[in-house]
Design a protein. Structure first.
Length: 290
């Protein structure tokens, strides 16, 4: 670890809406970070300003309330434009960041323009269950945790639709150089603005790196207001593990039936295409807006 004088300033950005009950915890996560050179910028477009942030007296924290609704992508761009740091850290208001999180992520940023976690822990707030998801693994027995689903077991097909989104999306753990954002700002959208940023970063030659050996650094929270869908493979507490219930089984069976009915190579090709298309359609409906 470099001496504190050589450390870059890290600007933690927090776009928020309609979650005033989570603001104190978000501030606690920020203030508990062991990294010394940091600031927190919060842009809130809720109907009313945050009582907590309006009364907070901490020179490291800047809070703005907007009476007009804005997309998450636009809020991120506005916050970064106001930031003082050369390094930007996403800090979502509903996730738990370990005290050493920023220090570890900045160390990994030495040979990259953007780093993110590819393996992370998940807290399901509905039943306080705890999970781990390795987003590098595409397919197999996994559970579904989202605003709509709580622990549904599925078996996702290999190379399932949006597996690259799973690996490179989930921007709650993005830490990147401000210079990268200057070449590839966020799109003005509400959903998947993080993955669209990744695509833009790739297009300008950004060096992107995912980290697999630090799942403990963040507890990503899933609750009734979550905008993301997660697919953890392992339950960390004593609850039931994910099982291989094939979410696309009926679709695959339909494809096999079509193939057998038509017969020959044409039937095999038609059945295979139908099974693959139907399976991906089922998965996309399950994912929803993730």
């Amino acid at each position: 670890m470099l001496g504190s004088r050589a450390l870059p300033v890290v600007s933690c950005i927090c776009p928020t809406y309609g979650r005033p009950d989570r603001h104190q915890r978000a501030y606690h996560c920020f203030s508990s970070l062991s990294y010394p050179r940091k600031e927190l910028l919060v842009l809130d477009d809720s109907q009313s300003p945050s009582r907590f942030f309006m009364t907070l007296r901490d020179p490291r924290v800047r809070y703005w309330h907007s009476p007009a609704r804005k997309s998450v992508g636009r809020k991120r761009n506005e916050l970064i434009s106001l930031a003082q740091g050369d390094v930007i850290q996403h800090q979502d208001d509903d996730d738990h960041y370990a005290p050493e999180y920023t220090r570890v992520m900045v160390d990994h940023l030495l040979d990259a323009d953007l780093v993110k976690l590819s393996v992370f822990n998940i807290l399901n707030e509905r039943d306080n269950s705890r999970w781990m998801w390795d987003t590098r693994i595409s397919g197999g027995a996994q559970s579904v945790l989202s605003a709509k689903h709580s622990g549904l077991s599925v078996s996702l097909p290999r190379g399932w639709a949006d597996s690259d989104v799973a690996l490179w999306g989930f921007g709650f753990s993005y830490v990147y150089r401000r210079a990268l954002w200057e070449r590839a700002p966020f799109p003005d959208v509400n959903l998947r603005e993080d993955y669209e940023f990744i695509k833009r970063a790739r297009s300008v030659g950004g060096r992107l790196k995912h980290i697999a050996d630090c799942p403990y650094l963040v507890w990503h929270s899933v609750h009734r207001d979550s905008m993301s869908t997660t697919f953890p493979q392992v339950r960390l507490d004593s609850g039931m593990q994910p099982t291989s219930v094939d979410v696309a089984g009926a679709s695959v069976a339909m494809g096999v039936f079509v193939g057998a009915t038509l017969g020959g190579p044409v039937g095999a090709l038609a059945g295979g295409l139908l099974a693959r298309t139907a399976a991906r359609s089922v998965v996309r409906r399950l994912i929803g807006s993730a």
